[in-house]
Design a binder for this molecule. Structure first.
Ligand SMILES: Nc1nc2c(ncn2[C@@H]2O[C@H](COP(=O)(O)OP(=O)(O)OP(=O)(O)O)[C@@H](O)[C@H]2O)c(=O)[nH]1
Ligand SMILES: [Mg+2]
Length: 238
């Protein structure tokens, strides 16, 4: 069967990053000859990201760039749900728009999915040639620690649980999103843990993650607390 890939790109204040990520996505997809669409879900960014998205749509065309904005910031989890509803592909790729996730890894994810017929292919910073660039020691320790503790508690069978650069079979993503209850950082982890619980097959592709160049980072004490809470919840219920 012919495959089509719907890329979900949630944005909040990404006006500097959006033209570059779109250019890269189109470059790699056009070279691969795969069918694709990019769905931008902007949540009323005050920096005018949506205006930039509109200009990009004029340049690349309405078949490639689909705009599904929402009036205000409603969070990442619901942005994905909103995006899936409008996805016409049989595969969905979720990634960040802040250039932390490089589109060059997408052809490898597609190849890996095809080779093994996986339901999910997860980008991993913590296996093979994967890595993290631009983070300070505190953030590296937090991310590594969160992954390490989760590995021990939940044995999810995937090396990067908190990452958010993944390819899903569309109906698998729909099922997982409807089954997941958590919000924030723990959401990505719950997606993988539930995927394992439902016996979906998961493949991995090493990725290098680069810290955002433009815009503000917001990992704080509250996110860490929420993560710990979510982890305990999953530990006691799965
Ligand atoms: N539509 C929408 N997009 C969001 C929202 N929050 C974050 N995003 C986008 O989701 C992606 C991931 O968010 P980031 O802010 O980069 O989160 P992060 O990578 O954990 O943290 P940073 O260190 O700030 O990069 C980016 O493309 C954001 O623009 C939201 O409430 N709605
Ligand atoms: Mg980011």
């Amino acid at each position: 069967m012919d495959s089509k890939y719907s890329v979900l790109l949630p944005t909040y204040n990404e006006r500097e990053n959006l033209p570059i990520i779109i250019w890269l996505l189109c470059k790699y997809f056009d070279a691969s000859k795969e069918k694709y669409e990019i769905i931008i879900i902007d949540d009323g960014s005050p920096d005018g990201t949506l205006d930039v998205a509109q200009q990009l749509q004029d340049i690349y065309g309405k078949d490639k760039i689909v705009l599904r904005p929402r009036a205000k910031k409603l969070g990442l989890g619901t942005a994905y749900i909103h995006g899936i509803k409008h996805a016409t592909g049989n595969f969905v790729i979720i990634m960040d728009a802040d250039l932390s996730h490089h589109p060059k890894f997408i052809p490898r994810m597609i190849e890996e999915q095809r080779k093994h017929n996986y339901d999910v292919v997860s980008g991993t910073r913590y296996a093979g040639t994967g890595g993290v660039y631009g983070w300070d020691l505190k953030r590296k320790i937090i991310s590594r620690g969160a992954n390490y503790i989760t590995q021990i508690l939940l044995r999810p069978g995937a090396s990067d649980l908190t990452g958010s650069f993944r390819l899903y079979r569309k109906e698998v993503l729909e099922h997982l999103v409807s089954a997941c209850v958590s919000k924030g950082y723990v959401f990505q982890m719950e997606m993988i843990v539930r995927a394992r619980q439902f016996n979906y097959t998961i493949g991995e592709v090493p990725i290098s993650f680069v810290d955002r160049v433009y815009g503000e980072s917001k990992l704080g004490g509250n996110e860490i607390f929420q993560f710990a809470k979510g982890l305990l919840y999953l530990f006691s219920t799965t």
